[in-house]
Design a protein around this ligand. Structure first.
Ligand SMILES: [Zn+2]
Length: 332
């Protein structure tokens, strides 16, 4: 117990909180900025068990804000879950960590939750489409989840259980043009703060103090913090948490082109493209079992096994549709 003595000595958490934390299984969806930082904190604190699901490899543009990853991971093109598991195993070998190198989608999220049976889910995603999906899946499975979002220098956190409002009660229907870090960039300090708040909510829950039930909003650049009591926003007619009508689950509507964080876009092709990357325009500069990196004109294309392709190096003049069509035609 000496390993955790300093945190257990904190009265409101205590030995009992520590013991309960050690019995907790947490599912983290996303191993990017929020997911990797919450994972690290929880492993250091001796959480019972972690399952982490993510589909990306470590890229240079992640390193400014994702402190657990390094240049070696980028050079090896390691999946984030693989790099994270390796690092966290060295931090605390007593915590079992299961990793899933997969894209969480409307068609597999319920199965993921049923299959892993977590006590709590942590949102480590970077877009609202996924958060609305987690909201439905967590509600369906009756598992609490801790929302966290960061964009620019702003962040927000809220921990959802089943007595208060759900994400849809708070924010209504999914915003069509939600603020995204693709447009607004992201300042690293807000990541650490939001991840810390997410973990704080988890510690409250683990130690029997219950979630704070406060919506926390932060602006690290303006150095502004606010908390809001949003219990009254519980909508007794809410489609999700009152009527249990889950319209997002099992509806797979992947767009072939979507925005990503960091001035990048994602194309989706058939998975077979991965095995025929030499047909694509440009030059293959690196490949392993997880990804192939191609230089084409001024773009860097990262092609994944499942046919996803992240495109970096966009400018204002980039005609995204033409670029997509050019690549798409090359292997037809
Ligand atoms: Zn609701």
């Amino acid at each position: 117990m000496t390993r955790y003595a300093r945190q257990a000595r904190f009265g409101p958490f205590g030995e009992q909180g520590q013991a309960q934390l050690e019995g907790l299984h947490v599912l983290i969806i996303g191993a990017g900025a929020l997911g990797s930082h919450t994972a690290e904190m929880l492993v250091r604190m001796g959480v019972g068990r972690l399952t982490i699901a993510d589909m990306d490899i470590v890229e240079m543009s992640n390193l400014h804000r994702q402190a657990v990853y390094d240049e070696q991971d980028v050079a090896e093109m390691l999946p984030k879950v693989k790099a994270l598991k390796h690092k966290l195993a060295n931090v605390n070998s007593q915590v079992p960590i299961s990793t899933l190198y997969m894209e969480v989608t409307p068609t597999n999220i319920s199965q993921l939750i049923r299959g892993t049976q977590p006590d709590v889910i942590i949102d480590g995603m970077d877009n609202f489409r996924m958060r609305y999906l987690i909201n439905e899946a967590a509600c369906e499975a009756q598992i609490p989840w801790i929302y966290g979002a960061v964009v620019g220098s702003k962040g927000s956190v809220y921990a959802f259980d089943f007595t208060g409002p759900c994400l849809k009660c708070l924010f209504g229907e999914m915003p069509e043009t939600a603020e995204s870090c693709a447009i607004n960039g992201i300042l690293p300090p807000v990541v650490q703060q939001v991840a810390s708040m997410q973990v704080s909510e988890l510690l409250r829950y683990a130690s029997g103090n219950g979630f704070s039930k406060k919506l926390v909003t932060i602006d690290t650049f303006q150095v502004k913090y606010q908390t809001m009591n949003v219990d009254a926003l519980k909508d007794t007619d809410c489609r999700v948490c009152s009527q249990h009508d889950y319209q997002l689950l099992n509806h797979n509507e992947h767009h072939p082109i979507e925005d990503l964080c960091g001035n990048a876009i994602r194309f989706r092709f058939k998975p077979q493209v991965f095995d025929h990357a030499e047909l694509l325009p440009g030059t293959i500069v690196k490949r392993n079992n997880f990804a192939t990196i191609i230089h084409y004109q001024d773009y860097t294309l990262t092609l994944f096994k499942d046919g996803r392709m992240n495109v970096h190096g966009l400018t204002e003049d980039t005609d995204v549709k033409t670029l997509f069509n050019t690549i798409n035609k090359s292997f037809k």
